[in-house]
Design a binder for this molecule. Sequence first.
Ligand code: PMP
Length: 376
Amino acid sequence: MERIYLDHAATTTVLPEVIETMMNTCKQVSGNPSSIHREGVLARTIIEESRKYLSETLKTSTSQIFFTSGATESNNLVIQSAASSGEFKQIITSPIEHPSIHNSIQYYCSKQNVQVHYLNPNKNGVIDLNELEDMLKSCGKETMVSLLHSHNELGTILPLKECANLCARYGAKLHADTVQSIGLFDIDVTIDGLHSIAGSAHKFNGPKGIGFLYLKDPTHANPILHGGSQERNMRGGTENIMGISGMIKALELSQADRQKRLDKLFFLHNKLRSGIMSLDIPHEFNTPKENFLPKILNVYFEERKNIEWLILNLDIEGIAVSGGSACSSGSEKPSRINEYIRPNSKGKSIRFSFSHLNTEEEIDRTLMVLSKILKD
Ligand code: PMP
């Protein structure tokens, strides 16, 4: 039986062209990018050309781009800097952020006496901009706002420009976790109020363990990793050249193919959504009807026979899905997000997440299997 992988919000498959680029880098580059000999200069050139491509894609300057081990590190760097620089006295966030934001806010802010304020998103993960405005008004200028752009479990999209502009109006700065958006949407980092964004290659068909951070004003940031002067003193340690070259190849491919990928994702998303609606299985969609990332469809199935083991049964039938970012397929631990949107519910929320490489037939089979497992 061919496996059907519908967990692309957790991670994506690395494209063959990306693997080839990484292998070439590995074979051709023997030097340390910090060395001044020819081998070192070749390694440095690959890193700086990659930085240039990324900065041009984001329409910013190379001095504002930092390569990291992934978005967990990028998010930690931003929150750690915000809490320790003395620049911010308050952080506004939501209770449904990714753990790399949620847990680093709890850790760094309690150490530095920075006050944390939580918005109350609705059960589709939508932030109320009036509530944000009220909080910004009462918090004052020394405030950072940290919110997900595309929600990794629910697929909800934050109106980035409105939100950033609102922050700017009250003198606050926005950090946006854009991990699930990079490669599918253009992110305009020049908008007023947007201070930083984080990205991770393995969410857009690149390798795991490499990502980036954009900082509008790097002078206020502090490193987490102290060591050599790599990444302009922001991150000690010899650079992951193979990962960087793979990430940039993956980004180039996604830029070239973006509209086709988006069309395919909308098609798969809508097919599964309407297919579930016609199955006669009690359900509700956690992903909103508007302003959603087509890559994700999060569905709540009401309590019924076999619901307890739904993810496991799908896995046995060859279909990999997830109950949220804290669980992997086959695991039944409820996620913090599911607990927030549906406290004490007895049913199950399942995140289906697609890639442009999934097929219509895979969605048909998924619907057939869902019907087999959940119909009484
Ligand atoms: N933010 C979001 C929204 C994510 O989906 C993820 C990955 N699950 C991360 C941050 C962390 O990224 P990484 O795996 O590169 O540390």
